[in-house]
Ligand binder design. Structure first.
Ligand SMILES: O=C(O)CCC(=O)C(=O)O
Ligand SMILES: [Fe+2]
Length: 299
């Protein structure tokens, strides 16, 4: 390992352990403020023109829109941030081979927005509670997040098995943030948008990642069809679904959907196993011991 990779590994380990311990962490100065400003400005038309949300969860004084990777190339710097990806992979590795992008969503909390319902993002899936971490959320502020303008509220130590407790633990607080920093929290951590009692609009983006075999919140293949994903790096395309999760999940005609990102496709492709090593072994053993004569014509 060279110095660079070993210091990345050290940082991953440090933030991973804090995130698992507290259920949340803030990493300061992850990206230059100038990049965040430029991204905010790329999205200004969308922030202006997107209608307010409807429904008590999204919030009637809040605007939201997704597909950030199709709206501004700069959003890839958030999604593919090396340290963030390292931490997320470390958190989710016990339950999947590879992670995927769950959503990118810009959001603007306008003056007068009331606090959001406290919730756990993992509750979008009806899996077992308290045993599995399904996702990691990253909140990237574009403007300063303050208690007054509705900074995200987090309940420390409400994660993991504590998600089974009927009452939330005391000690919730508003996570004040500067643009360029990021708030990471687990899918099992209780949180919500605070209320905006200021005169300013709180803008930012959520980037979340989940286990590679789950149904993501935002339909990534529709958000980024092959003609869009073709412009992405290999890793980014894989994160938005152009990669199979063993065994064979998310395949296209029985092969890795990344085949759609290059050149012309033959009309008929033919399926190829993509199995986990344990399944590979089981199948190989089964096939080896099979004594099944081929019909004469095929022999
Ligand atoms: O806007 C925020 O601070 C949090 C939003 C949130 O948790 C959500 O929409 O799921
Ligand atoms: Fe949430």
């Amino acid at each position: 390992m060279n110095d660079c990779t070993s210091s990345l590994a050290f940082e991953v380990e440090k933030w991973w352990s804090l995130l698992l311990e507290q259920g949340w962490c803030v990493i300061p100065s992850l990206l230059p403020q100038s990049l965040i400003e430029a991204l905010d400005s790329d999205l200004s038309g969308d922030f202006d023109e997107t209608p307010f949300c409807r429904g008590g969860f999204y919030g009637a004084r809040t605007k939201r829109f997704g597909r950030l990777l199709a709206r501004s190339q700069r959003s890839a710097e958030l999604v593919e941030h090396e340290l963030v990806l390292g931490i997320v992979e470390r958190v989710l590795a016990p339950w999947c081979d590879t992670i995927q992008l769950n959503l990118t969503q810009a959001l603007a909390l306008h003056p007068g927005a009331p606090p959001q319902l406290p919730h756990r993002d993992q509750d979008m899936w009806r899996g077992a509670v308290g045993e599995t971490e399904y996702l990691v959320n990253v909140m990237w502020p574009f403007t300063r997040y303050t208690r007054e303008n509705g900074a995200t509220m987090v309940w420390p130590n409400s994660h993991g098995r504590r998600a089974l407790d009927p009452d939330p633990p005391p000690g919730e607080f508003a996570v004040e943030l500067e643009p360029g920093s990021a708030l990471l929290f687990l899918g099992s951590t209780l949180h919500c948008a605070g209320g905006n009692s200021s005169r300013e609009v709180r803008r930012g983006a959520i980037v979340s990642y989940c286990l590679g075999w789950l149904k993501p919140y935002e339909n990534q293949w529709l958000a980024y069809p092959p003609e869009v994903a073709r412009r992405f790096s290999r890793e980014l395309a894989a994160l938005v679904g152009y990669r199979q999760h063993r065994p064979n999940l998310g395949n296209y005609e029985g092969q890795c959907p990344s085949i759609l990102l290059s050149g012309e496709q033959p009309q008929r492709i033919g399926a190829v196993d993509a199995l986990r090593p344990d399944q590979e072994e089981l199948v190989a053993e089964f096939v080896r011991n099979q004594d099944w004569p081929l019909p004469a014509a095929a022999a």
